[in-house]
Design a protein around this ligand. Structure first.
Ligand code: ATP
Ligand code: MG
Length: 201
């Protein structure tokens, strides 16, 4: 296991985020947390890359299908299928159609609890119900209700890794060796130094 201070996470600004001119605003929110940007690129992903990306977690198909079926039931609606894998197949196809439509920004953020910090700043998956103060809650307005009617993926601006394990696999898909930079950030002395020596003259 990597030390929590070294943890890395993958963030993608999805095509809607780039088109809404939110690149700077989104980076600002992660940057001021204290996390360090370890790598960044702009690219138009292929459908193959998007599929590999969502399938790095072998449980993702089942979990996403189950979660979706449950959320239909909670709203008193009938899910499109009782089979979680069939439900996820539709979601995955919609995601592939969405993610390849324009440039995305791929970034690796590194630092203490990077995965958890980034998910907190990003907010819940569905913008309509994401908390105020989060990127998805503040900067966009989509819902599952409307994305279902339109037969498309929910436009939620960001992907953020779900666990340190997923992050490692996802980063290997989006970045080649040598594309991540190891460096010290001055602010890390305040975040991580045990004694805070060296401030006073
Ligand atoms: P991401 O992985 O994109 O950061 P997330 O971790 O918040 O989002 P996941 O559960 O991993 O959410 O789902 C990945 C993507 O699948 C979401 O961004 C969304 O587009 C789509 N998705 C997830 N659940 C649903 C659902 N119930 N209905 C429609 N689309 C969904
Ligand atoms: Mg996820």
């Amino acid at each position: 296991m990597v030390h929590p201070k070294e943890e890395k996470t993958l963030v993608l600004i999805k095509p809607d985020g780039v088109q809404r001119s939110l690149i700077g605003e989104i980076i600002r929110r992660y940057e001021r947390s204290g996390l360090k940007l370890a790598g960044m690129k702009m690219t138009v992903p292929t459908s193959e890359l998007v599929e590999k990306h969502y399938l790095v977690d072998p449980e993702w198909r089942v979990k996403t299908g189950q979660k979706t079926i449950e959320s239909y039931r909670k709203k008193g609606k009938t899910p499109p299928s009782e089979d979680p894998l069939k439900v996820t197949e539709v979601i995955l196809n919609n995601l592939k159609n969405y993610m390849v439509k324009g440039p995305v920004i791929a970034m690796v953020w590194q630092g203490m609890h990077a995965v958890g910090v980034v998910r907190k700043i990003t907010g819940g998956t569905e913008p309509l119900t994401s908390d105020v103060g989060t990127i998805r809650g503040d900067l966009t307005i989509d819902s599952y209700e409307v994305s279902d009617i339109d037969g498309r993926a929910v436009r939620n601006l960001i992907h953020a890794s779900g666990s340190a394990d997923d992050a490692e696999k996802e980063i290997a898909l989006w970045f080649g060796p040598g594309e991540l930079i190891k460096y010290n950030l001055a602010g890390e002395a305040i975040l991580y130094d045990v004694n805070l020596d060296g401030i006073l003259e």
